[in-house]
Design a protein around this ligand. Structure first.
Ligand SMILES: Cc1cc2nc3c(=O)[nH]c(=O)nc-3n(C[C@H](O)[C@H](O)[C@H](O)COP(=O)(O)OP(=O)(O)OC[C@H]3O[C@@H](n4cnc5c(N)ncnc54)[C@H](O)[C@@H]3O)c2cc1C
Ligand code: SF4
Length: 568
């Protein structure tokens, strides 16, 4: 988006911190409702239409585009200025913890290079305690969120098909764009998996399979140019920089300031907040801005960090429950791959479809779990990988020159992966807090993490491994993982799946939670949290569709309250 930096002095009804999924939805909804918004974004301005090179082949990049410490998702990944490490902006871990934190620092946040897998959550996911006695129930149920899922699927453009399984609610008929046809490898996986009782269904993906006309931000159907993590110049994958942000700007009611690192929320009179203080990342200058309401959408952990560093020293803002920083979760992750000889030496053809998987494996074993036959609570799903490309070294013979070329051609497209993503249950050993000793280059205290998987997550990954093995055996594949390694040694580290949730959870009252079901802080009714911080628990399903649905719900409620005079 060109010329994002405009004056923060423009009067605003609402300050929005962050321009990713949640902030983008807030800006879009509130400006359309007639409210003037000031959006403060820590990262730099970013315009995928001007900056992304969709057509450059990997061979044009250093190391043929492979990942490096600077570019862990490959040379062409859209991330600018953010990542696992940010110069001058550390975070710390308690002894024995290895939590990883991926932080964006660019307009549009993580939506510029995300995975786009957007399953709906189901009834069990909002009432987990009622089902298995662990964690807490949300103060809202699936039926409260469903109308917002319907609208978000249409607003951002999601393709997919019916799932028809327990705890995987289907979308009403007009919500989804048609799904792409499964690829050959995917059809084989489906046949193998379903023969051992594991269902395979169309994935729901935030990628257009039809054009989406709009006078301000028209978007085109995907033609699978390059990996979507580069960003999409035609707007086929949903990212706020090609959708909600230009649409909100076109109302004339959005003032957008980039390189604005919000340091704290300012408290006002009568238990309300009055605005925020931010630091210009380029000049180091501090500035205070005020508005009738403040929306925090800086991404789960940055939102909580802001609250921990605001209000009462040592306790934070909106923390009368003492729950701020607690109930942190990430998804479990593990990748199981196999070489399938039957897929080798396939004739070459175009198997593009849309970027990413076309089908996936939703969790299917709720019934056995309910009968107490599984040794873990909650579920997981498999995302599916495997297309023509350079085969992994593990399946290559030790040959060189022409023989190596032949071997690569032979094995290309014959390796498939089942990538597990599972639910983590909040536990008392997993949380974040303001580090009492370490500050970042702006003088803001950094976050310190404690993290531990419980036996539920570890047993869940072991179950996933057995399931993957049974599918691969059916396909007569050679396993590229050791089925005897302890599952905890195969799991990703906490934070590595970049689905961090919780730490300012919603609940039924101020005693047990930080916000109500609209993200409104119990301790300050003009402070609204709109990102994953407010989740009362995770699910195995990726979180962003639910973040968007809740942000839409909360934004509409905030607009109503401001317009009715409830927030003067
Ligand atoms: C590689 C990758 C793959 C992913 N795949 C999927 C997937 O398939 N499905 C899915 O559902 N989710 C996926 N996710 C997660 C998804 O991107 C996030 O859930 C989503 O973007 C969260 O939206 P958000 O608005 O809360 O945060 P973000 O999108 O991270 O936006 C937060 C914004 O706030 C800004 N900010 C932070 N601190 C401050 C501050 N102090 N002051 C001002 N601004 C600040 C940041 O710079 C950022 O722009 C993936 C993420 C990554 C990185
Ligand atoms: S694969 Fe499709 S959605 Fe992804 S970047 Fe390319 S055109 Fe856009």
């Amino acid at each position: 988006m060109a010329q994002a930096r405009t004056s923060a002095d423009a009067p605003a009804d609402v300050i929005i911190v962050g321009s990713g999924a949640a902030g983008g939805m807030a800006a879009y909804t509130l400006t359309k409702a007639g409210l003037r918004c000031l959006m403060l974004e820590a990262g730099r301005d970013y315009d995928p239409q001007a900056e992304v090179n969709m057509f450059a082949p990997e061979s044009d990049a250093p190391l043929r585009g492979s990942s490096t410490p600077d570019k862990p998702f490959g040379y062409f990944d859209a991330t600018v200025d953010g990542g696992w490490e940010i110069d001058g902006e550390p975070f710390t871990n308690r002894e024995g913890t290895d939590f990883r934190w991926w932080r964006p620092r660019m307009l549009g946040g993580r939506t510029n290079h995300w995975g786009r897998h957007v399953p709906r959550w189901g009834p069990y996911d909002f009432k987990p305690f009622s089902r298995d006695g662990l964690g807490v129930d949300w103060p809202i149920a699936y039926d409260d969120v469903a109308p917002f899922y319907d609208r978000v699927e249409k607003m951002i453009g999601v393709n997919g098909g019916p799932i028809g399984l327990e705890n995987h609610p289907d979308s009403p008929p007009d919500c989804l764009m048609p799904p792409p046809k499964p690829r050959v490898t995917e059809m084989l996986i489906k046949a193998a998996a379903e023969s051992v009782g594991i269902p395979v269904r169309p994935a729901h993906t935030a990628v257009l399979t039809r054009d989406m006309p709009d006078p301000v931000a028209p978007r085109k159907a995907c033609f699978n140019a390059t990996p979507c993590t580069r960003g999409c110049t035609i707007g086929a994958m949903w990212q706020t920089t090609t959708s909600f942000l230009p649409m909100a700007k076109a109302t004339g009611r959005l003032t957008l300031v980039t390189d604005a690192m919000v340091a704290r929320v300012l408290t006002g009179t009568k238990g309300r907040v009055s605005g925020v203080e931010y630091i210009d990342r380029k000049t180091g200058k501090r500035q205070q801005v005020r508005a009738r309401a403040v929306v925090l959408a800086a991404g789960t952990l940055e939102t909580t960090r802001l609250l921990l560093n605001s209000g009462e020293a040592g306790r934070g803002l909106a923390n009368s429950s003492g729950q701020l920083g607690k109930n942190l979760t990430d998804s479990t992750g593990a990748t199981f791959s196999a070489y399938i000889p039957g897929l080798a030496d396939r004739p070459r053809y175009n198997e593009d479809g849309i970027g990413g998987q076309h089908i996936y494996i939703p969790f299917w074993d709720y019934d056995r779990q309910k009968r107490g036959e599984l040794d873990f609570a909650r579920g997981y799903h498999f995302e599916i990988g495997g297309r023509f490309g350079i085969p992994p070294m593990g399946v290559m013979p030790r040959v060189w020159g022409g023989d190596l070329k032949k071997a690569v051609r032979h094995a290309s497209g014959a390796t498939i992966s089942l990538v597990l993503r599972g639910e983590m249950i909040p536990n008392a050993d997993t949380f974040c807090e303001a580090d009492p000793q370490v500050k970042d280059r702006f003088g803001i205290p950094v976050l310190r993490f404690a993290f531990k998987w419980s036996r539920h997550e570890i047993n869940q990954v072991a179950h996933g491994r057995r399931s993957a093995q049974s599918v691969f055996e059916k396909m007569k594949g050679t396993l590229l993982f050791d089925p005897n390694v302890p599952p905890e040694k195969m799991m990703t580290a906490g934070g590595e799946i970049i689905h961090e949730l919780g730490t300012a959870r919603m609940g039924p009252d101020a005693r047990t939670s930080v916000v109500d079901s609209y993200g409104q802080a119990w301790d300050a009714d003009n402070l609204v949290l709109m990102d994953g911080a407010i989740f009362a628990s995770g699910a195995h399903k990726n979180p962003t569709l639910t973040i968007l649905a809740l942000a839409l719900r909360s934004s509409e409620r905030l607009a109503t309250r401001i317009k009715s005079g409830a927030i003067a």
